[in-house]
Write a protein that binds this ligand. Structure first.
Ligand code: ZN
Ligand code: ZN
Length: 227
């Protein structure tokens, strides 16, 4: 995850562990050194920007029998990037929520803005393409249904981002809860208490479920541990 603040360009970067290791999606062989040539599915690379590796032509051929149906397809990963204001919602959106959504409309790569009207605004970005989709699914469910569990996962994720910045985190964490209460219209609801009931890493767990759900293990094979 990566957060940036306006003005100060300090970025706290949390990246997936293990990074660039190439693993054959068919036989799980690992690339031992750079001189060992691994093949990559060009359809997925070109259309999705995702590298799907094979140790050999034989493995790529084997894979193609099933992969051809999903090659280059985002499936549910092809998730719309902007939850526009006119997307249907089954509750009346608050002004605070409408302006949050408008910010996303203006800069879709920013997934959520904490304290948007202050100099201390924190803009959440998630570079991992698949984790990014999982986050947006949760966020947009909150945007359209006001689902308490989704809001709790959002809150936990945003609190984690604020804490990672370590600048007076206590006060800022309080403000995250207040902001979400304003946005989702729960005056007096203790969002902190709802979050306390969540296990840690709720977004990551949901993300793992998303990965497992995809047909043919396509994404599972690309899964990297999330810090
Ligand atoms: Zn292989
Ligand atoms: Zn492909």
């Amino acid at each position: 995850m990566e957060q940036s603040r306006p003005r100060r360009s300090k970025k706290a970067k949390v990246t997936a562990r293990g990074g660039q290791d190439k693993v054959c999606v068919v036989c799980s062989a690992e690339q031992k050194n750079q001189s060992e040539k691994f093949r990559v599915c060009s359809g997925c690379k070109d259309k999705l920007g995702i590298r799907r590796y094979f140790c050999s032509r034989a493995c790529q051929r084997t894979d193609w029998k099933t992969h051809r149906d999903v090659c280059g397809s985002m499936d549910f990963w092809d998730y719309p990037h902007t939850p526009l204001l006119d997307a249907p919602a089954d509750f009346a959106r608050s002004a605070a929520l409408r302006s949050q959504i408008a910010l996303i409309g203006a800069s879709p790569e920013v997934l959520y803005t904490v304290a948007p009207t202050t100099d201390d605004a924190l803009r959440l970005e998630i570079k991992d393409k698949m984790l990014n989709v999982s986050f947006r699914r949760v966020r947009d469910k909150a945007f359209t249904t006001c689902d308490p569990k989704s809001i709790a996962i959002l809150a936990q994720t945003l609190v984690g981002a604020v804490e990672a910045q370590a600048l007076d985190p206590d006060a800022r964490v309080e403000n995250v809860y207040k902001q979400l209460e304003d946005e989702y219209g729960f005056p007096g609801t203790d969002i902190a208490a709802v979050v306390a009931e969540l296990e840690p890493g709720a977004l990551e767990r949901l993300h793992q479920e998303d990965m497992a759900r995809h047909p043919s293990g396509f994404w599972k094979a690309l899964a990297r541990p999330i810090d």
